[in-house]
Design a protein around this ligand. Structure first.
Ligand code: 2NL
Length: 356
């Protein structure tokens, strides 16, 4: 049988150019072999047969065939790229290149983390090292070592989360296990670990049997500090905490100490700072008083030193404790402590840019 006329071959191939855009990958490769295949491709065969045509036909058919070959090569490449993935944004790729770009989320430090870090850094500048310890403790470390009387309400099952670890330990015998109600057990461990001088600052989570409400949480942050050495007095306590307040709030911050009570310190005090919003004249943030309560503090009780292996006739010390979440709420005007636990980006992103 005679070969089909070259012009008829060209005419039959042209419609197949348009159809390439509808083929899937396997069909596309079959079509590539059928048209451009080196051995049996229809267009390849046509180009090879040009040599036997009369010169006029050769020129005319040759030019048309070469142009069609280029068109097929471009069309095959385009369809292959389209099938390879949506990144080219072609029709049917699912990508609309006219949409505005999505902004990448920029991370930010959580406001509580920021406050904890700032506070620890200020004390680090005064020679306090950071220490951490277990969140499940025995009663002895959490209560007895710290001079809590046996009938202190904090030891009650209703106020403290006891952990049932089996065995015969009973609440009140010192061996029962509980979720620490303050970070003080870490200070006890630090004193027992080696002789003074001791200067530590301890950030960590503590637990109370409280339900969530705007100002309470069953788990919250505390930062405690402890300095024990020869000759430490209340003057050192005041100077240290004044320096802290001026670094954390502002150089103009004033402090005042009010007598208080803790079983583990004597004397004990609460420290207020002049309101950093109104400067002390009275505003909504300080409830008109001009002052904000920031922390509790005192001189370490001699019995506590003794319980921790430190001779109170040789050494004295001061200690303090504060709630960084409460301080973050005051600083950033956060009305509900639960917002600090939710991880809600609508809330957190409002604070992401807030500086000191
Ligand atoms: C507060 C008050 C305070 C301490 C914590 C402490 C620890 C040892 C010995 C003596 Cl080992 N004291 N810690 C002292 C006074 C106050 O915390 O209101 N915290 C939120």
């Amino acid at each position: 049988m005679a070969e089909p006329a070259p012009q008829a071959v060209l005419d039959s191939l042209r419609p197949r150019l348009e159809r390439l855009a509808t083929l899937d990958s396997p069909a596309l490769e079959v079509e590539h072999i059928a048209i451009l295949g080196r051995k049996s491709g229809a267009l390849t065969a046509l180009l090879r047969s040009l040599a036997v045509l009369p010169p006029d036909d050769r020129k005319r058919i040759g030019a048309a065939a070469n142009e069609l070959r280029k068109s097929f090569e471009v069309a095959f490449d385009a369809r292959r790229a389209e099938l390879a993935g949506p990144r080219h944004g072609g029709a049917g790729s699912g990508l609309d290149p006219t949409l505005p770009g999505r902004r990448r989320w920029v991370g930010a430090i959580h406001p509580v983390t920021r406050v904890v870090e700032e506070i620890c850094e200020i004390f680090h500048g005064l020679g306090f090292n950071r220490a951490v310890g277990p969140e499940a403790e025995t009663e002895w470390y959490n209560f007895q070592a710290l001079n809590f009387p046996a009938d202190h309400p904090a030891m009650d099952m209703h106020d403290t989360l006891y952990v049932d670890v089996g065995g015969d330990a009973r609440p009140g015998d010192g061996k029962a296990v509980l979720l620490r109600t303050h970070t003080s057990p870490v200070q006890v461990r630090t004193m027992l670990a080696g002789p003074p001088p001791v200067r530590v600052v301890i950030p960590g989570l503590v637990y109370r049997k409280d339900t969530f409400d705007p100002s309470h949480a069953p788990v919250f942050w505390q930062i405690e500090g402890l300095a024990v050495d020869r000759g430490i007095s209340f003057v050192d306590l005041k100077g240290t905490l004044l320096h802290f307040a001026r670094q954390f709030f502002s150089a103009a911050t004033r402090v005042r100490f009010r007598p208080s009570y803790f079983p583990f310190t004597e004397p004990s005090a609460e420290m207020d700072v002049s309101c950093y919003l109104c400067g002390g004249s009275g505003c909504a943030a300080c409830k008109g008083t001009g002052w904000m309560e920031i922390l509790g503090c005192g001189m370490v009780h001699p019995d506590v030193l003794r319980n921790c292996g430190v001779d109170p006739d040789v050494f004295t010390g001061f200690a303090f404790g504060m709630g960084p979440q409460r301080i973050a709420m005051q600083r950033y005007g956060i009305p509900d402590i639960r917002l600090l636990f939710d991880g809600d980006m609508r809330f957190l992103s409002q604070l992401a840019g807030a500086g000191a």
